[in-house]
Design a protein around this ligand. Structure first.
Ligand code: ADE
Length: 273
């Protein structure tokens, strides 16, 4: 997979040399190009922003540097269709970045990122490139960052670990919280490793019982418990058919019950335990 990032802070992308993404680069599974937007400015001050039309606070990133930088990044290898690039624009007003979207992006050969600073990029830039390639405007969460570079790191890491051969164990993503197609999208429960005792704390006996069925059930119950506590919306969203008899018993213990429409809801008095 090829990645291009156009930014006014190229050094912000240095973490792309580290850990899983760094190793994928070293192995040639990821081909990363970081471009300094200011190389496509032609004035003494290397200006990339200007005041917004219509007034208001903040500054808007200018069309010309972005257009020239993106043209340059795209010049080598551009084609249309499934072999061509997609443009990823991190913005708090984008669609939520989810595991499903990470999977979709991981199937593309070439991602071009346009992280903005200030109040964003002049809209005409997005509209222009949308005529040449799919554009994904994505938000990594309901908060406002100072710029899109951290979001580029987030999206890149989520996508890179899905590429064939990047994670040691291909089964590792099957159990991911939010893995698409999972029976019910539950959060993963707690995990433990050696030693068996630490500061007087033990590990759950079931995990050393050698009983695979019981271990799987315990993990499922813990996943239900954690999801009910931290992301009740995920349980509310599930069709009742996603839950087996034991799931229902656990949900009932946690204060949830099915409604006639087949969804689960939690008795209000059960919310604060
Ligand atoms: N830029 C600023 N805030 C952002 C967010 N929440 N997601 C993606 N890009 C952003």
């Amino acid at each position: 997979m090829r990645l291009d990032v156009v930014t006014i802070f190229p050094e912000y992308l240095d973490p792309l040399n580290v850990s899983l993404v760094g190793k994928a680069r070293a192995r040639g599974q990821l081909n990363v190009h970081v471009h300094d937007l200011r190389e496509w400015t032609y004035d003494r001050h290397n200006t990339v922003d200007d005041t917004p039309y219509g007034g208001g606070p903040g500054m808007v990133m200018k069309t010309e540097p972005w257009g020239d930088a993106l043209d340059s990044a795209l010049a080598d290898g551009y084609e249309t269709g499934s072999h061509g690039p997609v443009l990823v624009v991190p913005t708090p007003s984008g669609r939520p970045f989810t595991q499903e979207l990470a999977v979709e992006l991981s199937e593309r050969p070439w991602l071009v990122f346009a992280p903005a600073r200030y109040e964003g990029i002049d809209r005409r830039v997005i509209d222009e490139y949308a005529t040449r390639m799919p554009v994904y405007e994505v938000s990594i969460g309901d908060y406002v960052l100072a710029g899109g570079e951290a979001a580029v790191l987030v999206v890149t890491e989520a996508v890179a670990r899905l590429l064939p051969g990047v994670l040691g164990n291909a089964e590792s993503h099957r159990d991911d919280s939010f893995a698409p197609g999972a029976m019910a999208n539950l959060l993963e429960g707690p995990v433990y490793t050696k030693p068996p005792q630490w500061r007087g704390r033990e590990i759950p006996d079931v995990l050393v019982s050698g009983h695979h069925g019981k271990i799987a059930r315990w993990r499922r119950d813990e996943a239900l418990r954690r999801t009910a506590a931290n992301r009740p919306d995920l349980i509310e969203r599930c069709d009742a058919s996603a839950f087996d008899k034991k799931d229902r018993e656990m949900l009932s213990i946690l204060g949830w019950q099915p409604d006639p429409g087949g969804r689960f809801w939690r008795r209000p008095e059960a919310v604060e335990e």
